[in-house]
Design a protein around this ligand. Structure first.
Ligand code: NAP
Length: 340
């Protein structure tokens, strides 16, 4: 097999294709001949050395794939060899072959292509978990999505559209606003030239929003609580701002940690706000819950309500270009690898 490998921490050029023997599935596992693998921001953070969950280099990242079942491990009888599937992989997905826990391997519904299949697991699962398990998004609510033109951002917007009657605010570079409008964002905000706090306040007549999703992190988490309406909720689910340079800057991370807002219960109580945290990567042991969310997403897909905006599909060999595109904030929606 061939695999896109982070050989050491550093700029995109540390990525290289490494060859090794095809993996053999262990008990409870499925080996997938990968057609497409998703790129996620976590992979960029891992390459820089700022993703504590990732194994140390050399490491093959990749949380999600689509392809066909190549072999079944002991105790696994389905999906049968040859079935077209999507799967969540705990690393190792960006390769020609990948191993997955059988509980996270789902046959593709009729009509779902391999691009849509690989783009679904991480972005949509994260967005669905936030909107429908951690929060309770309902018609009539106001929602602010940061990094709105990214993979998770557009998934959250798609799911909010599926709820209906949600007033949507999204921050992104101005060049991406046409895509946001088409996706259903009522108020795109160019965070590079506008203060989103002032803009959200202005657009809501000073009230603020009911729910804000923030993976920017650092000081933005505190700033986002200032745009919450009474009874509002902030969900913190990433710290993208820590991964801004090509190499890791531990001083910047340490400063960010030292100055990060710590909430206390009395403060939350008196302000009538909720601050929640989400890391779906720490929910692997909750297979029943994760699987229920994936099944709900496939049902929404059948209704035409889940569709990913595919930014680009790169050959696995062009890993550095794919990483650079995401790291330089050029992508709109999902970046995939062609692993065939
Ligand atoms: N906690 C979880 O379970 C979980 C799961 C999945 C993802 N996440 C987090 O969600 C965030 C989005 O992930 P994704 O994979 O969907 O990536 P993505 O949003 O597709 O890619 C990054 C995009 O976000 C925007 N952006 C705004 N500020 C940025 C910054 N400081 N650094 C980099 N990009 C910035 C850029 O667009 P503009 O041109 O608009 O700036 C860029 O194109 C990441 O922080 C990721 O770690 C968390």
């Amino acid at each position: 097999m061939r695999a896109l490998t982070i050989t050491r921490y550093g700029p995109p050029e540390v990525l290289a294709i490494r060859e090794s023997r095809d993996p053999v599935p262990g008990p409870g596992q499925v080996c997938i001949r990968v057609a497409r693998a998703g790129l996620n921001f976590a992979d960029v953070s891992a390459r820089v050395g700022l993703y504590p969950d990732a194994p140390k280099p050399p490491v093959v990242m990749g949380y999600e794939v689509s392809g066909t079942v190549a072999a079944l491990g002991e105790g696994v009888s389905s999906p049968p060899v040859g079935t077209r599937v999507l799967a969540m992989t705990r690393f190792g997905g960006q390769a020609t072959h990948a191993l997955a826990d059988a509980r996270y391997v789902l046959p593709l519904p009729d009509g779902m292509d391999l691009d849509q299949a690989a783009a679904l697991p991480v972005n949509w699962l994260t967005a669905h978990h936030m909107l429908h398990r951690v929060a309770n998004l309902r018609p009539g609510m106001t929602l602010l999505v940061h990094m709105a033109a990214g993979g998770v951002g557009l998934a959250a917007i798609g799911l909010a559209r599926a709820v209906g009657g949600v007033s949507l605010f999204g921050t992104a570079s101005a060049s991406k606003h046409p895509v946001l409008r088409e996706a259903g964002v009522d108020h795109p905000i160019d965070y590079r030239t506008q203060d989103y706090v002032a803009e959200v306040k202005r657009l809501t007549g000073g009230r603020g929003v009911d729910l804000a999703l923030d993976a920017l992190g650092g000081p933005e988490w505190a700033r986002n609580t200032s745009v919450l309406a009474p009874g509002g909720q902030l969900i913190c689910f990433g710290w993208a701002n820590a991964t801004s340079g090509e190499s890791r800057n531990l001083l910047k991370v340490a400063t960010g940690l030292a100055t990060m807002k710590r909430w206390n219960a009395l403060d939350l109580m008196s302000r009538n706000i909720t601050v929640s945290g989400v890391n779906v990567g720490h929910l692997w042991s909750e297979a029943e819950m994760m699987r229920a969310t994936l099944d709900a997403l496939l049902a929404l897909w059948r209704e035409g309500k889940v569709r990913s905006h595919i930014d680009r599909v790169y050959p696995l060999e062009e890993g550095p270009a794919a990483h650079r595109r995401m790291h330089e904030r050029k992508n709109v929606g999902k970046i995939l690898f062609d692993c065939a």
